[in-house]
Design a protein around this ligand. Structure first.
Ligand code: PLP
Length: 449
């Protein structure tokens, strides 16, 4: 794109005057105006391109302006732009069938929503209405969305200002060996002790009061926390033993991010409800949903489900979802994610861990990795404090600025940077982006003890 200072000024002026932004003190932000995007790159109005290493909000799995997705939306818009949800519609039904086909046997039905928070809201309502119970267990260090139920379940600082009493949310600690809440020193210990802690939580809360346990199959924004061996299977067993519904939040990690349709498929443990959004159609039109087990679906065969949305299964969104499945199959997206993850990303990140004093741990799979930055590798003191903002967060700000200067838009959260580029990124772009981050890490090294 050509530099266009006038357009830049207009976009900035309209935005600053009229757009109220998420999660922000409005006067303290300066959103970058973006002029265009293609594949893994987007450009500002000065003509500067950035490799998008966060895939926007880890949703742009097939990159910007994918021709198949754009064409599918255009064709659907020309044919039938919208239709209300109580009517049967071809693309809505086709997408539901495609999703059920890649979900495990025994999960055949899909309720569509407009995004991830709503998917979790509806999963909880399905669990509550089908069990007649109310409480829901969720993890500290989790994010489930920003609507009332979803934010109550969230186990990170975004919940603090939204806390209301009596939401039925109860939090527990999940496994995180690098900062083990269980004083474990091996993955096996971490897995076993985390399960014991969860079981204690269930027993003390009262199993008969608990409708569901909701878990990000791999914790996303809060650190790419990969479940240790046996953990998700153990959650499944606890749920079976106590009649609790197991909800897998796959909003961030589903649809190829970890090289699987759903991340739990890499780690085991079959959920009763799977929530998805983001990657289902790369966010070209807002879409999310819940895949529902036959047992829970059967509860609503003769009892009406109490819930609905005007835009449930919107045809434009579903058309982009159907096209997503076509692209995944034709271009072997899952295979290339696994290949690039194993062959390019993992060895590169391991080399950073040995070369950069600021890198405490790297972890992940496929095209989703966390690089956890520390002041001191011995004490593991985080490079910036938990929930740091303002000047406390300056070291991460300096790292991010260096990455941007080198042409990469990094994903930064607290003391971590995540590697989450579009799944269609070329190998050359991936290598180029990783070496830009490698260089930016020398800035982080400057803040180590
Ligand atoms: N669940 C997880 C794991 C997420 O990462 C997110 C968003 O980042 C959500 C739920 C909420 O999705 P949405 O922002 O589409 O409501």
């Amino acid at each position: 794109t050509l530099p266009d200072a006038e357009a830049d000024a207009q976009v900035r002026a309209d935005d600053r005057a009229h757009v109220f932004h998420s999660w922000s003190a409005q006067a303290l932000i300066d959103p970058v105006p973006v002029a265009a995007g293609a594949g893994s790159t987007f450009w500002d109005y000065a003509g500067t391109g950035y490799l998008d290493f966060g895939s926007q909000l880890v949703n742009l799995n097939l990159g910007h302006q994918h021709p198949d997705l754009v064409a599918a939306i255009q064709q659907q818009a020309g044919r039938l732009a919208t239709i209300q949800p109580s009517i049967a519609n071809d693309v809505r039904g086709e997408l539901a069938r495609l999703i059920a086909d890649v979900a495990p046997d025994g999960l055949e039905k899909v309720f569509f929503t407009n995004g991830g928070a709503e998917a979790n809201e509806y999963a909880v309502r399905l669990a509550r209405q089908s069990t007649g119970r109310r409480k829901v267990l969720s993890m500290y260090r989790s994010y489930h969305g920003s609507t009332s139920t979803a934010i109550s379940l969230t186990g990170d600082p975004r919940r603090w200002a939204n806390d209301v009493s009596d939401t039925g949310a109860v939090r527990f600690f999940g496994p995180y060996l690098y900062r083990s809440p269980f004083h474990a020193s091996t993955l096996q210990e971490e897995s076993q002790r985390a399960l014991e802690h969860l079981e204690q939580t269930i027993l003390l809360e009262g199993p008969a009061t608990i409708a569901a346990i909701i878990i990000e199959s791999v914790v996303g924004t809060n650190g790419v926390l990969v479940p240790p061996p046996g953990y998700l299977q153990g959650v499944r067993e606890l749920c079976d033993r106590h009649g609790i519904v197991y909800i897998a939040d796959e909003v961030m990690v589903g649809f190829g991010r970890m090289g699987e349709w759903f991340a739990f498929q890499a780690y085991g443990g079959q959920p009763d409800l799977i929530t998805f959004a983001k990657g289902v159609n790369s966010g070209y039109v807002p879409l999310g949903g819940v895949v529902i087990s036959d047992r829970i679906a059967a509860h609503f065969d003769t009892t009406p489900f109490a819930g609905g949305l005007t835009y449930s299964g919107h045809p434009l969104a579903c058309a982009a979802g159907v096209a997503t499945f076509e692209v995944f199959a034709r271009d072997g997206i899952l295979e290339r994610v696994r290949d690039l993850g194993e062959r390019v990303v993992e060895p590169t990140l391991r080399s950073w861990a040995s070369r950069h004093p600021s890198v405490g741990e790297v972890r992940g799979r496929g095209l989703f990795w966390a690089v956890e930055l520390v002041r001191d590798r011995e004490t593991r003191e985080p490079l910036v404090p938990f929930n740091a903002s303002g000047s406390d967060a300056a070291p991460m700000g300096a790292f991010a600025a260096a990455a941007k200067k080198a042409g990469v838009w990094p994903f930064v959260h607290f003391n971590r940077t995540h590697i989450a580029p579009p799944l269609v990124i070329t190998e050359d772009e991936l290598v180029r982006g990783l070496s830009a981050i490698d260089e930016a890490l020398t800035v982080a090294d400057g803040f180590t003890a």
